[in-house]
Ligand binder design. Structure first.
Ligand code: ADP
Ligand code: MG
Length: 590
């Protein structure tokens, strides 16, 4: 074949392939146009997962009659004039590609009237060619209908997923924009049934309840970098789940940059990092993260679908996201609420518990009557009306309820009673958490780790393990291990962390090696943290150890003072909770 320039309609179809992958891409582009036109209501109607018909109507500014045809030309936009503008884009669209692309692969009808004009225009295209244009009476705003999507691109048509998959994708797109634009009312109808509706009240919390459901929202806390990070031009706010609410994948971490939904694995990772040691490996939070920054500090022109961005100061953005969420979690999430896990729920933290102090008298019966009442009354008002919707939304108190030790089960679990029922505490996991926080606190304050000095204890290792120790000498030193190279594969153990004083130093070092040998997968701790976690695991009281009442009381008292009493450093739960209500139900008293 000789080289030839492609016909316009072929070019348009190729270009459309980049922007319009599936029906949900059409919905996305048309919603963006409505938002750019300052609509306050966007109504979306879809039939058969978008294959047959999609109709988006808005009450935005409309298109002047004289410009309607131009809007469908490739690279026609009212949002950009010079290349300079590209460096500070404030609109969602700017490439001037969507209308031309969609028109080239469907039958498209647009009815639009500009605010200032008295009559509207209707224009109809098929495969990108103009079929009809007429002047017509119409409300201010724009209605776009897209029929027979991909009718002339069989390859695309073939790759469409099952109707339900497409429907779900569309619902996801609508939900994301509703979250990003709480002051705009979104209505989604699929096959003549209302599938989603946001109120447009302007309250993010309102949209979240609609989008995620009351139960999920109840287990989320609000964060705002303005509370903690006043410097700089970047702000980060949103809602994130308490550690008790988590999922097996990261699909519920939603990121928005200047009102644009983006996919960015390092930003998601920053969110995940904020949960470090609070979530088990392989579990991920639910998070809505809104990042705002000056438009010239972010490049949105990275990909035709505009779902990727590039930050000028990526590290700053990641750091603020991670810090803000971490702070919020530490401040509020000391006790997740109402999380049902196999009949148990994690410790209650209804507002009634707020006043319960840390300095307990462990000989007291465990609660004061008025506190108990408050806990109860909160639980009873556990309905929709009680969901706060303001910015103060789900604030959480910060302490574990005071617990009274009842006894020990299986030489492994402490049974305790608190204002809201019965608690089973894993003595090993709880002690690990206590030691871990003590260790990290000393570390953070740059105190020299307390060490236990040994006299001339040597350890000889196979060559690979010896190299591993050698390459981590510094991290070991920082965490309280003093090892000295003493021949080819032999080390002199001069000291070990004081909390391991009663352990066999050779076994201790072997344990650390085991930890270091495990691959450093993403989401994993730093080397030092891994060492600390291992030390705490070794130092913590083992399951199978019979404890005296005083020892159990000491564990509980110290656990109450930790920042994250509910999980061990590896993210496993330290305790299970059965409420008084549940007990009553189990025994048929309710
Ligand atoms: P872009 O959004 O990148 O500018 P589009 O092809 O999506 O490109 O739209 C082309 C132009 O048509 C827009 O710049 C805008 O001026 C106009 N337009 C499209 N949709 C609407 C709408 N719903 N309301 C008002 N104007 C619209
Ligand atoms: Mg557009």
């Amino acid at each position: 074949m000789p080289i030839q320039i492609l016909a316009d309609h072929v070019i348009a179809q190729i270009a459309a392939g980049e922007v319009i992958e599936r029906p949900a891409s059409v919905i996305k582009e048309l919603i963006e146009n409505a938002l750019d036109a300052d609509a306050s209501t966007v109504h979306i109607m879809v039939n058969s997962g978008g294959r047959r018909l999609m109709r988006i109507s808005d009450d935005g500014m409309g298109i002047p009659a004289a410009e309607v045809e131009t809007a469908f030309a490739r690279h026609a936009t009212s949002k950009l004039t010079s290349a300079d503008d590209l460096s500070h884009i404030r609109t969602l669209g700017f490439r001037g590609e969507a209308l031309a692309s969609i028109a080239s692969i469907s039958r498209m009808t647009m009815t639009t009237r500009a605010d200032a004009e008295t009559v509207g225009t209707r224009i109809q295209l098929e495969g990108g060619s103009l079929l009809q244009r007429q002047t017509i009476g119409a409300p201010a705003g724009t209605i776009v209908s897209v029929e027979n999507l991909f009718y002339n691109t069989p390859a695309r048509l073939k790759f469409l997923k099952a109707e339900n998959t497409e429907k779900r994708q569309i619902a996801q797109v609508v939900t994301r924009y509703a979250i990003a634009y709480p002051h705009v009312r979104f209505i989604l109808e699929q096959d003549n049934r209302e599938a989603f509706r946001s109120s447009g009240s302007g309250q993010l919390a309102d949209v979240m309840v609609t989008a995620l459901g009351v139960d999920t929202f109840r287990d989320m806390i609000e964060f705002d970098s303005a509370d903690t990070d006043r410097r700089g031009s970047i702000t980060v706010r949103g809602f994130t789940s308490l550690p008790s609410l988590n999922r097996a994948d990261r699909s519920r971490i939603m990121l928005f940059v200047n009102g644009r939904w983006v996919q960015d694995s390092s930003l998601s990772y920053a969110v995940i990092q904020a949960y470090h040691t609070l979530l088990m490996k392989g579990r991920f939070p639910v998070s809505i993260v809104m990042i705002e920054l000056p438009s010239d500090e972010v490049d949105v022109n990275v990909h035709p679908t505009k779902a990727e961005v590039r930050f000028q100061n990526a590290n700053d953005v990641f750091a603020i996201v991670q810090r803000t969420i971490r702070r919020a979690l530490i401040d509020m999430a000391q006790a997740p609420a109402y999380s049902h896990r196999q009949g148990f729920i994690l410790p209650d933290q209804s507002p009634g518990n707020q006043q319960i102090g840390m300095d307990l008298d462990l000989d007291s019966p465990g609660w004061f009557p008025h506190q108990y009442e408050r806990v109860q009354s909160h639980q009873n008002s556990d309905d929709l009306e009680s969901i706060p919707t303001g910015p103060e939304a789900p604030r959480r108190p910060r302490t574990l309820p005071l617990l009274r030790v009842v006894g020990q089960v299986g030489a492994s679990y402490i049974v305790a009673e608190g204002p809201a029922g019965m608690y089973l505490i894993d003595q090993h996991a709880a002690h690990e958490r206590i030691l871990y926080e003590q260790f990290m606190a000393e570390h953070a304050s740059h105190q020299q780790q307390a060490q236990y000095t040994l006299s001339a204890q040597t350890i000889e290792l196979p060559a690979p393990e010896a190299r591993l120790i050698e390459s981590n000498l510094e991290a070991l030193q920082a965490t309280g291990f003093d090892l000295e190279v003493f021949g080819q594969n032999t080390f002199l153990i001069r000291s070990i962390p004081a909390m391991l004083a009663d352990k066999d130093p050779v076994e201790v070092v072997a344990g650390i090696l085991e930890e270091l040998e495990q691959d450093k997968t993403p989401g994993q701790a730093s080397i030092e943290e891994k060492i600390v976690q291992r030390v705490c695991k070794q130092a913590a009281v083992k399951a199978g150890t019979i404890l005296s009442l005083e020892e159990m009381q000491a564990i509980i008292r110290q656990l109450e003072r930790t920042q994250s009493p509910l999980t061990c450093p590896h993210g496993r739960p330290t305790m299970l909770h059965m409420t008084s209500d549940q007990l009553a139900r189990e025994f048929g008293r309710k």
